[in-house]
Design a protein around this ligand. Structure first.
Ligand code: NAD
Length: 298
């Protein structure tokens, strides 16, 4: 069993490290937030007070941080991973960050003599707790193969997406499509209701018809129709408006960098932006239904 360094013990990092510990690995964890470290310690993580301490003796180092700027800082700053870890350690960034930052980290890793893999995840906090996350790996095939052994206890699916940064590309394109489908499901739910359809009757029709989608099946934003929907619990977040907004923003930045216009993604982004501006950043992203119909139930 391995010694694994882990930086970022938030909503995702905490359950992910718990699964690594359960698989028999020694996990040395660090987070800026001491409360997060204490909670991870309760799950079996060895509490560390700095990046240098967390990476000490580690065969692999994972990061699970909010954004590109945090990942760049953790890897590149004085006292960061590149300065303090052994070049023998495999570095894996599972944060969802912009493709440009991921590529910059790949380049910096190569210059410093490290094997580095971008490995963002899909499946949310529940997937992290259950050890069923989908991982999308970017980097050399050999490094991705090496990463799989450590990732396995946290994963339901592991995909090799391609060269450095393509794991992040797969993640943000996926989440962009999710946000567009969610906008469609929410607009459909409102129109169906306004035209006089019973919510359950319409859902029964749509989910076996061509209007079906993952958010329709899983997040239908009308209470009492789909068990897993946040609409049943006052729109408490299963996937927060803030994170969905961030991911669609990353996709739009990626699109701009390659000169593509994405009108439907722009609509989904504006809708999520409105939730954030209205103070609902921590609520579920399916609350966008209230942008269309302020009186939508839930
Ligand atoms: P979070 O905010 O709960 O956790 C991030 C942690 O990183 C925090 O505890 C924070 O203190 C720590 N941190 C920030 N800067 C640091 C630094 N310089 N040094 C050490 N620690 C630092 O976020 P999360 O929900 O765990 O998400 C982490 C990543 O996973 C994000 O990129 C997110 O987009 C992605 N993600 C989240 C979900 C989800 O449902 N929450 C699903 C898939 C992917």
């Amino acid at each position: 069993m391995a010694t694994i360094g882990w930086i970022g013990l938030g909503n995702m990092g905490k359950p992910m490290t718990k699964n690594l510990v359960a698989a028999g690995h020694t996990v040395r964890g660090y987070d800026l937030n001491s409360q997060a470290v204490a909670e991870a310690e309760a799950g079996g993580v060895t509490a560390c007070g700095s990046i240098a301490e967390a990476v000490d003796g580690a065969e692999a180092v994972f990061t699970m941080l909010p954004k590109g700027e945090h990942a760049r800082s953790v890897y590149l700053d004085a006292g960061g991973v590149f300065e303090t870890a052994s070049t023998e350690a495999l570095l894996v960034d599972s944060s969802t960050i912009d493709v440009e930052s991921a590529q910059a980290l790949h380049e910096a890793a190569e210059k410093s003599g490290f094997a580095f893999v971008d490995a963002p995840v899909s499946g949310g906090i529940s997937g992290a707790a259950a050890g069923t996350l989908t991982f999308m790996l970017g980097g050399s095939e050999a490094d991705a193969e090496r990463a799989k052994a450590y990732i396995d206890p946290m994963a339901g699916n592991i995909f090799y997406a391609g060269a450095g940064g393509l794991g992040q590309a797969a993640k943000i394109v996926n989440n962009m499509m999710l946000a567009i489908s969610l906008e469609g499901a929410a607009e459909g739910a409102v129109l169906a209701r306004k035209l006089g359809l019973d919510a359950q009757t319409f859902w029964d029709i749509a989910h076996v018809s061509s209007g079906d989608s993952w958010p329709l099946r899983t997040w239908y934003p009308v209470p009492g129709v789909v068990e897993t929907a946040a609409a049943n619990k006052g729109f408490d977040a299963t996937f927060s408006a803030m994170l969905a907004h961030k991911d669609v923003g990353l996709a739009l930045a990626g699109a701009e960098s390659v000169g593509v216009e994405l009108p439907a993604a722009q609509v989904a982004y504006s809708s999520l932006q409105k939730l954030v501006d209205d103070g609902y950043a921590d609520k579920d992203c399916s609350l966008i239904i209230r942008n269309i119909d302020p009186e939508a139930p839930g």
